[in-house]
Design a protein around this ligand. Structure first.
Ligand code: TRP
Ligand code: SF4
Length: 399
């Protein structure tokens, strides 16, 4: 008998969603929600804490924004179990038990963690080298500046602290691979704050998220593949130790078109080049107006090259075939100006966003209903999760 498909996926609440999220993840979830199988889609707020535990002020707000964005996009609570990770405490229990059987080396070899360690090491080495050179100069500095220092040791410590802060800042600007930081989706300043137990255990928590529903299908982006592999390894090890319990989930890789931002780079919050699902029509118009185009097209009479123009790249996502063809030709032959071309794009993006805005506004003014949906989803998830936990406790001989 074919196994029932159980889909599990989650997203960290890191702020409002932009078009990149929509075409990268959400669109895919929307497609899956009409297919067979159970779907568990959740807000991974505990995962958000592994990197952002120092600023929790915005956490609840971010969770609510994500709830709004999801429903606005048309994720249907009738077709998916939509919930909040921290409201299903069973995830934490399974995470703890998985922690018992997960070799530390598996986690240390996880690319996300390894890269972090490598960069931290590099950072600390540079810092130490720098301090070694600078600190001996302190007495001369005190002397030369005729500073009145009562406690030279204290002054030295203070200076060291200030200097190391400055160095850390400087290093973050240059020495730490920007690519890596982007991949980790980590604020530069946070890099040296995430060398924690929680961050190391990130994939164990993710394994618990998936396996607690006996998920066998995990729609994710390519960056998540090592985490899914680890989930499979944890499932295998559990099954071997305590008997067949968990499936070995498969990633469901989806073609994710890289959505360009208004500056032509990949759309990303950290580049400040994103168009948000929650932007107003005016904001969209403004942003599109500011977009970079073919740099060689200075005058309207210059022929343009749509293949290298970010405006055209976005057109491909929002504009119908026929108009697209027309724009392509007219651009090459200088029969359409960039201003006009952008106007069409902004209009099409706004047409696309309009129903999303409407639903968003509805739930934003009916917050009770919004929370009911996610609270009920969490209850529903909990029923399944607690069944799995009963089985797990039994298998591990816990009373
Ligand atoms: N780590 C995922 C991300 O950053 C979020 C996530 C947490 C997740 N738990 C999950 C995704 C379980 C799929 C399944 O995108
Ligand atoms: Fe780009 Fe459109 Fe201008 Fe051509 S007309 S260069 S596609 S903005």
């Amino acid at each position: 008998m074919a196994q029932k498909r159980v889909i599990v996926s989650g997203m960290r609440p890191t702020g409002k969603l932009h078009l990149g999220h929509y075409f990268g993840v959400i669109k895919n979830w929307l497609k899956l929600q009409d297919k067979e199988g159970d779907k568990y889609i959740f807000i991974a707020d505990w995962h958000a804490l592994t990197t952002s535990y120092t600023n929790v002020e915005k956490l609840k707000e971010n969770i609510e924004q994500l709830m709004l964005d999801w429903l606005a996009c048309g994720l249907d609570p009738e077709k998916n179990v939509l919930f909040i990770q921290s409201k299903v405490k069973e995830h934490a229990e399974l995470y703890l038990l998985f922690g018992m059987i997960t070799p530390k080396s598996w986690l240390e070899l996880n690319p996300t963690y390894k890269d972090l360690k490598y960069n931290l090491l590099k950072l600390y080495n540079l810092k130490a080298q720098f301090l070694e050179k600078v600190l001996p100069l302190v007495p001369a500095l005190v002397e030369g500046l005729k500073l009145k220092v009562e406690d030279e040791k204290k002054f030295k410590d203070l200076l060291a602290e200030e200097i190391s802060e400055a160095i850390v800042k400087a290093l973050f600007e240059g020495y730490v691979e920007a690519e890596l930081l982007k991949k980790l989706n980590i604020d530069k300043k946070l890099l040296y704050q995430i060398d924690t137990y929680g961050f190391l255990g990130y994939p164990v928590l993710q394994a618990a998220d998936i396996l607690i529903y006996k998920g066998n299908t995990v729609p994710v982006g390519e960056d998540q593949l090592p985490h899914i592999e680890l989930t499979r390894e944890i499932a295998r090890r559990f099954n071997r130790l305590y008997g067949e319990t968990f499936p070995e989930p498969q990633p469901l890789l989806t073609e994710t078109p890289k959505v360009v931002g208004i500056d032509g780079r990949k759309m990303s919050k950290s580049y400040n080049n994103a168009i948000y699902l929650s932007d107003t029509a005016e904001e969209v118009e403004q942003k599109v107006r500011k977009m970079v185009t073919d740099p060689q097209r200075v005058r309207k009479t210059d022929p343009g090259r749509p293949e290298i123009c970010p405006v055209f790249t976005l057109h491909k996502l929002f504009t119908d075939e026929q108009t697209l063809k027309m724009i392509e030709e007219d651009c090459r032959t200088a029969r359409i100006g960039c201003v006009q071309c952008k106007k069409i794009l902004a209009q099409n993006i706004n047409n696309f966003l309009e129903p999303i805005r409407e639903r968003r506004n509805y739930y934003a003014s009916n917050k009770g209903e919004l929370w009911d949906i996610f609270n009920q989803g969490s209850e529903q998830a909990r029923k399944v999760a607690s069944q799995t936990m009963e089985e797990v406790r039994k298998k591990m001989n816990l009373p």
